[in-house]
Design a protein around this ligand. Structure first.
Ligand code: BGC
Length: 810
């Protein structure tokens, strides 16, 4: 069952009914100011950091679902309704929500009155624009009342929820014409305030929640709205809100547009005040003036559209399969941008206070984004590397506002360092900018320790070889990519977190996943060293990589697949000898991508075992059989009920590793089958089961052992986005940036006749037409560049302008 449809022309998903199986959301904002918005206008806004600079309040996991947002209420002759259906939930005559690229429009109509609200954050601004268009579609004139509404968060979103003994006394506002300023704590340590402005004179307002809503009413029926009478309240402590009130009249066919602005301002210490106790509003007024007419708003929207044209113009495909095209050309790339911006901090599953920017997560997010804005990718790599320790180890996350690493969700994940090699190499291959390697980058944000970025990569590489276990395989530390495989935790106490507890300090538990990862990125590291003339370092790295290959072959093979790990006691994990958890996806993926034992048939066997043991109609599960009891020596993984999350859920992040492995074997059908199974556009028809948005990937889909296989959770912020884009663009369609040029090496189903890709790369446009006359899955028979035969499938760097590339497979 569908709840809407794709409008590819406008790059929108159109939701046709408000009661989706779960709030289907969108993200506004591209750089500093961000908002989350659901299809019923729920969500919140923040500046840079969803924990420390939360502008508006939101209540997670509440009843009803999706509680709080920027709402508009209409009181039309006693009938009260909202354009987004919620929060009032009065049945509408018409409803439509269009989620587009960094904007959302929500339209509702009732009794001949139509209200359309456009929400977006203009480029280079610190505000959210809300343009409300009201139209009288009836044949007689209409008088009605409009209320805006949102609730301020007292900045620190965590404190806001729990430090009530303080918070209920600190709230402060200023009201000035049609602008409501939120200035809690501005008089002491804060250099920032927020404002909610309307470009039309108000006939009333409210800033105190209790006065507006009534103590025992709900968002669905604020007292002021029901009575059609604002209270003109001034908040002193308790819960400050912002509501504008208008009395409007529209002739038949007439429309009126009102513009609202939710903004954020920072002032220097000496510029904080206009007069005693009165905040300096200069910057707010400047921002307001930028968007105070429909024309200015339209201009800002055009700029936003042009921005997305540019970003999406770097890579686009024409395959003849509209679902594939819309994912690759629009939604998958869009999601990559969102994960790049948010890491794992704020979604409808991540509350914005628990996790900041993940070290491993953000490095991986980068591979789906680097082609779009390489400058931002470069900056991000430096931010991440600046939190690294001198021994190559890493904080698991850092806070976007402070850019300082922290241990709040644990540390000592031994895969972390290697992902820095991935992001750096990917950035250089995209841009050719080797200067990044010379950039002075501190360790643990201590400038006195700064060394060229290259030294960070060396430290990452060395961190693995300095932490090898008894079989010469990498020690796992707290865990590897799988946060929940905690082989040193031994936790018995429900009050301690698996993420931060380590009850035994182990130097036995080893990871085959890190081993595979090390072989892949160790080789990349060696290749990079050769590129910059560091031959000895390259040779040293290669020796270690070869040793690792041997160690995996000798100690990491279980007969039909790669083992997953050795536990604290040196016992095998992910072996047929185990009762449960006999085979795991991660080591199959990485050892296959590393090609370990390919000549001996290991890769093929391992991937066949994945097909046989882990594949399901909805994707590949993480492990099998699922754990049915708590295994103390494995930790959190065995705490999940079978079929969920890391315990045999379909963890979509790792499915592309198998797809890539399949393409390296040349098995195009398999890779494509796996691609389609988890790709949201192909799941649109089963939205009632899939539950989350049909335009973005979810982190996890319930596996075959679950109560409801196929049901997704945790959409948006997941490495699934970048890895799927990586798999489809570089390995299935096979367009791979290299240091010297663009490699074309597709691996597709034999039945495909071909496809076309436009790829902008290092200043030139490669207009690539791939034909497959012999019906092969892999192999390039000939290449022509601008009509001329070219030997091999590595396209050289070409001068600016568009170049016609004809590729014939065979
Ligand atoms: C985390 C990743 C981790 C994955 C698997 C995600 O929630 O963000 O860092 O690799 O779970 O455990």
């Amino acid at each position: 069952m569908k709840f809407g449809h794709f409008d590819d022309e406008r790059r929108e998903y159109v939701i046709e009914q408000p009661e989706t199986p779960w709030p289907w959301i969108n993200y506004l904002g591209n750089e500093d100011f961000f908002s989350l918005i659901s299809n019923t206008a729920g969500g919140y806004a923040f500046y840079k950091d969803a924990k420390f600079r939360r502008l508006t309040r939101y209540r997670y996991n509440n009843v009803p679902m999706d509680n709080g947002g920027r709402y508009f209420y209409i009181n039309d002759g006693g009938t009260v309704w909202s354009p987004g259906w919620k929060p009032v939930k009065t049945p509408l005559d018409h409803y439509e929500c269009r989620h587009g690229l960094s904007y959302t429009t929500i339209k509702g109509a009732k009794n001949g009155l139509e209200a359309e609200v456009l929400y977006f954050v203009p480029l280079k601004s610190w505000c959210e624009v809300q343009k409300v268009k009201l139209t009288n579609t009836g044949s007689s004139s209409k008088s009605f009342k409009l209320f805006s509404f949102m609730e301020w968060c007292l900045w620190n979103a965590e404190d806001d929820q729990n430090n009530l003994q303080r918070n209920l006394s600190t709230g402060e506002v200023e009201i000035c014409g049609s602008t409501i300023y939120h200035k809690t704590e501005y008089k002491d340590r804060r250099d920032h305030y927020a404002f909610y402005h309307a470009n039309t004179p108000v006939q009333g307002y409210d800033t105190d929640r209790e006065s507006f809503i009534g103590l025992y009413n709900e968002f669905s029926g604020p007292q002021a709205v029901l009575e059609g009478r604002p209270r003109n309240s001034h908040a002193h402590g308790w819960s400050p809100v912002a509501s504008h009130y208008f009395e409007l009249e529209l002739a038949p066919g007439e429309s009126k547009e009102l513009i609202f602005l939710l903004g954020y301002v920072e002032n220097k210490e000496e510029e904080k005040w206009e007069s005693k106790g009165v905040i300096n509003k200069k910057k707010a007024l400047r921002e307001i003036a930028r968007f105070d007419t429909p024309e200015k708003v339209e201009r800002a929207m055009s700029e936003l559209r042009a921005h997305w044209d540019r970003l999406l113009g770097v890579f686009s495909v024409r395959s003849g399969d509209e679902k594939l095209d819309r994912m690759v050309n629009i939604w998958n790339q869009y999601q990559c941008m969102v994960t790049f911006n948010m890491s794992r901090s704020a979604s409808f599953f991540e509350v914005g206070i628990g996790r900041g920017m993940g070290f491993r997560d953000s490095n991986q997010d980068l591979i789906g984004f680097v082609h779009q804005i390489p400058e931002r990718a470069r900056e991000r790599i430096i931010d991440i590397a600046s939190t690294q320790f001198e021994d190559g180890g890493a904080y698991h996350q850092y806070q976007p506002l402070t850019k300082r690493g922290n241990d709040a969700i644990g540390g000592n994940f031994n895969d972390d360092p290697l992902w820095l090699i991935l992001s750096t190499v990917d950035y250089i291959k995209e841009t050719g900018d080797f200067s990044l390697l010379d950039e002075l980058v501190p360790f643990d944000n201590d400038e006195s320790t700064a060394k060229p970025h290259f030294e960070h990569l060396k430290a990452s590489f060395n961190h693995v070889i300095n932490n090898l276990g008894p079989h010469g395989l990498p020690l796992i530390g707290r865990a590897d990519w799988n946060d929940c495989l905690n082989l040193n935790c031994f936790s018995k106490d429900p009050n301690e977190s698996f993420q931060t507890t380590e009850n035994k300090s182990g130097s036995t538990a080893e990871s085959l996943m890190i081993a595979g990862l090390f072989v892949v990125y160790g080789r990349e590291y060696a290749q990079l060293c050769r590129q910059i003339g560091q031959k000895e370092e390259a040779a040293r790295a290669e020796r270690h990589v070869e040793k690792m290959v041997d160690a995996v072959k000798q100690h990491g093979w279980d007969g039909d697949w790669y083992l997953r790990a050795y536990d604290f006691f040196g016992n095998k994990v992910g072996s047929r000898e185990n009762e449960e958890g006999q085979i795991f996806i991660e080591s199959q993926g990485w050892c296959a991508m590393a090609g370990i034992g390919q000549e001996e048939g290991m890769v093929e066997k391992a991937l066949d075992s994945v097909k046989e043991r882990l594949d399901t109609p909805y994707g590949i599960v993480l492990n099998n059989p699922a754990f049915t009891r708590y295994v103390i020596e494995y930790g959190e993984i065995s705490t999940y009920p079978p079929g969920y999350k890391e315990n045999a859920g379909i963890f979509c992040h790792n499915n592309p590793w198998i797809m890539i492995g399949e393409t390296l074997l040349g098995r195009g059908e398999r890779a494509w089958e796996y691609y389609q199974k988890i790709c949201p556009a192909y799941l649109e028809d089963i939205s009632e089961l899939h539950k989350t948005e049909p335009y973005v990937y979810a982190q996890m889909v319930a596996g075959k052992d679950a109560f409801k296989p196929g049901e997704a959770k945790n959409s948006w912020l997941t490495g699934t986005a970048s890895w799927n884009f990586y798999a489809i663009s570089r390995y299935i369609l096979g367009i791979q940036p290299q240091y010297e040029g663009l490699l074309i090496d597709p691996c597709i189903p034999a039945a495909w006749k071909g496809f076309e890709v436009v790829r902008k790369f290092r200043g030139a446009v490669y207009d690539i037409k791939v034909r497959n006359p012999k019906g092969v899955s892999k192999g390039v028979a000939s290449v022509r560049i601008n009509g001329k035969e070219h030997a091999g499938n590595l396209l050289p760097l070409l001068p600016s302008g568009t170049h016609q590339i004809e590729v014939t497979m065979g």
